[in-house]
Design a protein around this ligand. Sequence first.
Ligand code: NAD
Ligand code: UDP
Length: 326
Amino acid sequence: MKNVLITGGAGFLGAHLCERVLAAGNRVICLDNLYTGSKANIEHFLSHPNFQFREWDVCDPLDIEVDEIYNFACPASPPHYQADPVRTMKISVLGALNMLDLAKKYGAKIIQASTSEIYGDPLVHPQTESYWGNVNSIGIRACYDEGKRAAETLFYDYHRQYGVNIRVVRIFNTYGPGMNAEDGRVVSNFIVQALKGEDLTIYGDGSQTRSFCYRDDLVEGIIRLMNAPDEVTFPVNIGNPNEFTVRQLAEIVLELTGSKSQLILLPLPQDDPTQRCPDISRAQDHLAWQPNVELREGILRTIEYFNDQLSNFNRLNRASRVEASA
Ligand code: NAD
Ligand code: UDP
């Protein structure tokens, strides 16, 4: 049984990681300050004897003896990470430093949740890990992109300078059950808008592309990377290489929800990448990993999840109205 620390464990991806790592028979310490995550995401593990939740900010150093660290704490959706950009940069850099110090002290293996954003608005397509990227260092996305790039730098310097056993996963847009309806990312926005009969908000003309990976596929890839042989210290892209325009995504969501919502065009945010698609050859070669859940199947499962969320919300609302009028 290993002691596994998961920072950001109460978030969308972190909570699913907690579930998988617990199910493999390990002890999980979930560290989260609930900035964008929620206790509701980990409610079902709170009474598990091998699960411990610690409300903590990764910017503050801590000392616990662990065997493995998944460093996932960081707001991930553009509206959230841009709301307090200075804090976002601190979370990436100080969080990485604190977790690397812990890994160094206890000889723990550590994996960093990096991102396709480190490629910026890419000039190489699809993106291979050897591509250095095209990031606007002074733009509104830089707090996240450059923060994650600096975290990668720290990981490789701790590896070269102190011999820390590191892994770096570059995560491409991931979606699935457990997303926060208010998160602001495109998949959750479109599905919630369609289910509520509201207009689907396309930013720009919808011709920009993304490649959407289902949550379970992604987490499987991350766990394989953590368990890969020690020489796999190079960055690895994990994502689904099937590329869609944002407009195509909106049309798929309308079709699968059966919604009569309309598509509306809103201004494109500054520095919004025009295309994004992972080259996953490294993950295939070194982890024998590739995604299994295609977009329509994953979107159907996510629609089901948001349908349940909205029904529960409406039921609670009705109950509180009845109570108030009694
Ligand atoms: P999320 O916002 O749902 O989860 C982030 C979690 O980190 C939340 O629980 C939040 O409360 C916690 N957190 C934030 N700041 C913290 C702090 N200072 N101290 C402790 N906890 C803190 O986002 P997610 O989609 O689950 O993303 C998880 C990680 O994966 C992030 O590092 C993100 O950058 C990375 N990532 C995600 C995607 C994606 O598509 N979901 C893509 C690329 C990278
Ligand atoms: N997007 C959109 N409508 C929305 C939310 C996002 O058209 O309601 C677009 C956004 O401009 C971007 C793409 O969808 O081009 C993916 O956005 P998201 O915030 O999910 O992720 P990221 O931009 O970080 O890849």
